[in-house]
Design a protein around this ligand. Structure first.
Ligand code: ADP
Ligand code: MG
Length: 559
């Protein structure tokens, strides 16, 4: 038997990294800015713990396009690298200086927000550049270094005369990737990935109007001055403590996330946990329309303030993907497939934490301001009802605050409803019969006749209601839902002798036969008037047939 080591040489891996490491070429910029951010945060950390007396100052990151030389520059004022460090961190592919730093400063650095992980991000530069240069000067008192590599395993490394601390990465952009020399394209990427990163990012300059002096004439034009154009908000709301924020701050942040959205959200949920996993974020309940075509890509996922994706499938329970907002967690493994994600222990915990927080928030809204909760019910019910159908844990919680509105605009919880109708609305077997209407206009006469009898009629008109009723019937004992126009109402409504048809049996049969010719087969024709206000003749449809049909239309429990 022979044993040996498989020889993995960088020559083999390099082209693979370039081609396949990231499916999206555009993420190179996110990676370089993440490294620049890490370098700056490391500097901050070292000055905070007193490991150096170098002043941290007010550092920023700059992104610059040089069209003439076809280069893109990312410049930071971070920790920098000595020549030896370039050898160690850059030349060793898949060695992460970020991980090493976190390892070294363990506890004190745990909340430093450092992004890097795998030691591969830097090489994504070669997806868009045929030549990459690093000019870097460490905070340590050592000469600067200049590293040049043309996308092979060859590189040059020599001293340079950069005086200021920090690193400049220069990408010589490929002919094929010229788009990354366009100002608009770069701005678009910065806004997409870096809008909430923790260090200010400068991209060009802008004119800012100076304030006019008090005594300025009315038609005076304010003077302008040129200032840095900072593209990000380094302190987004979700990174703050809920106690620091007012309702207005949450609304302002919503605008920042969705500049094109003019309607205020109904309410928000601030997520904030650091054990057993780390997660922050803010979720918003927008006004939800009745139909099923709700946009589901509105929650943005971040890791340490770096945008990752707006597809949170597998991380957030499906019914909550109708919400909006941000989730930031360094603990979500994103280098695995979505189907694997759902099986991941940490992700499962995250998902159930989010579900619980949403349920708790709804519960407290319900408890603290019932009236307001009732007002919002129509705009939020689709999420809650769908959640009750799809997540058992959520069902248990929501069962206490889910509302069942009546045709008279009263709102009952399930328990309240049961209490209200238990005397009056049972069938001959003693089961509770809950009457409901799905369309107040079309079912008007049925509703009226039920109300005459003193019955409560719910108005349940959401698209998934037949699934929800099924769910309730199986989770609660001895109840059944019956639509006001269905045949089962008969079981409940005791007939008033006076109003029984005076027709003879023969006449009835004949009338029925006549109607049968014009009424489709699935309906039942009843001749007895149920009360004085209702029509003398009523056409009903079996409850189960109608429900079957509705369920087919809305799919088997899903949306
Ligand atoms: P990671 O960020 O996952 O550690 P990268 O491939 O992105 O891996 O970077 C490798 C290492 O190179 C970093 O960990 C860091 O030590 C060093 N590095 C990269 N960019 C910079 C920079 N702008 N300033 C200082 N060090 C850097
Ligand atoms: Mg990195």
């Amino acid at each position: 038997m022979a044993t040996g080591n498989i020889n993995v040489s960088v020559e083999n891996i390099f082209p693979l990294i370039k081609k396949f490491l990231y499916s999206d070429h555009e993420i190179f910029l996110r990676e370089l800015i993440s490294n620049a951010t890490d370098a700056t945060l490391k500097m901050k950390h070292l000055t905070t713990i007193g490991e150096t007396d170098v002043a941290y100052g007010d550092p920023k990151i700059e992104v610059k396009i040089d069209k003439e030389n076809k280069t893109l520059h990312v410049i930071d004022q971070g920790i920098g690298m000595t020549k030896e460090e370039v050898e160690k961190y850059i030349n060793e592919v898949a060695f992460s200086g970020a991980e090493e730093f976190l390892e070294k400063y363990k506890d004190s650095a745990k909340d430093s927000g450092i992004i890097g992980h795998f030691g591969l991000g830097f090489y994504s530069a070669f997806m868009v550049a045929n030549k990459v240069e690093i000019i870097t000067k460490s905070y340590k008192d050592e000469p600067a270094a200049h590293w040049v590599c043309e996308g092979t395993t060859q590189f040059t490394l020599e001293e340079a005369d950069k005086k200021e601390r920090g690193t400049e990465i220069i990408l010589h952009i490929n002919e094929d990737d010229k788009e990354f020399l366009e100002e608009n394209r770069i701005r678009e990427l910065l806004v997409k990935y870096n809008k909430f990163m923790p260090i200010p990012i400068k991209f060009g300059t802008k004119e800012e109007e100076l304030e006019l002096p008090e005594d300025a004439p009315e038609d005076a034009k304010p003077e302008t001055k040129t200032v840095d154009n900072i593209i990000n908000n380094p302190n987004p709301a979700w990174t703050k403590q809920p106690t620091e924020l007012e309702d207005k701050d949450y609304k302002d942040f919503y605008r920042e996330l969705y500049p094109m959205q003019f309607e205020d959200p109904l309410f928000h949920i601030h997520l904030n946990v650091d054990y057993p996993f780390n997660l922050t974020g803010i979720l918003y309940f927008p006004k939800m329309s009745q139909d099923m075509n709700i946009q589901r890509d509105k929650i943005q996922l971040y890791q340490n303030q770096v945008f990752v994706t707006d597809n949170v499938e597998g991380i957030v329970p499906e019914f909550l993907t109708m919400l909006r907002g941000v989730i930031d967690s360094p603990d979500i493994p994103l280098n695995v497939s979505r189907s694997y994600l759902q099986a991941d222990g940490a992700v499962k915990k995250i998902s159930s934490y989010i579900t619980r927080k949403v349920a708790d928030k709804l519960k407290s809204l319900f408890n603290n301001n019932r009236e307001d909760f009732e007002k919002k019910w129509n705009d939020i019910k689709i999420v809650i009802e769908y959640g009750m159908l799809s997540e058992e844990k959520f069902f248990e919680k929501a069962d206490k605050f889910a509302l069942y509105p009546t045709v008279d605009d009263k709102y009952f919880t399930y328990d309240e409803l049961q209490e209200k109708i238990k005397e009056n609305q049972t069938d001959k077997d003693g089961n509770l019969v809950i009457l409901y209407a799905s369309n107040q206009d079309q079912q008007h006469s049925y509703i009226e006749s039920a109300k005459e009898k003193g019955y409560e009629v719910l108005l349940l008109d959401s698209p998934i209601v037949s699934h929800l009723l099924q769910k309730l019937e199986t989770s609660k004992e001895n109840i059944s839902f019956v639509r006001v126009d269905s045949d089962h109402v008969d079981n409940l409504i005791k007939k008033d002798e006076d109003k029984i048809s005076k027709l003879s049996d023969e006449e009835k049969e004949k009338l029925k036969a006549d109607f049968a010719k014009v009424v489709p087969e699935k309906y039942t024709v009843q001749l007895e008037a149920m009360d004085s206000n209702a029509a003398p003749l009523i056409i009903t449809q079996p409850e189960f047939m109608r429900r079957m049909k509705e369920m087919q239309q809305t799919g088997g429990g899903g949306m």
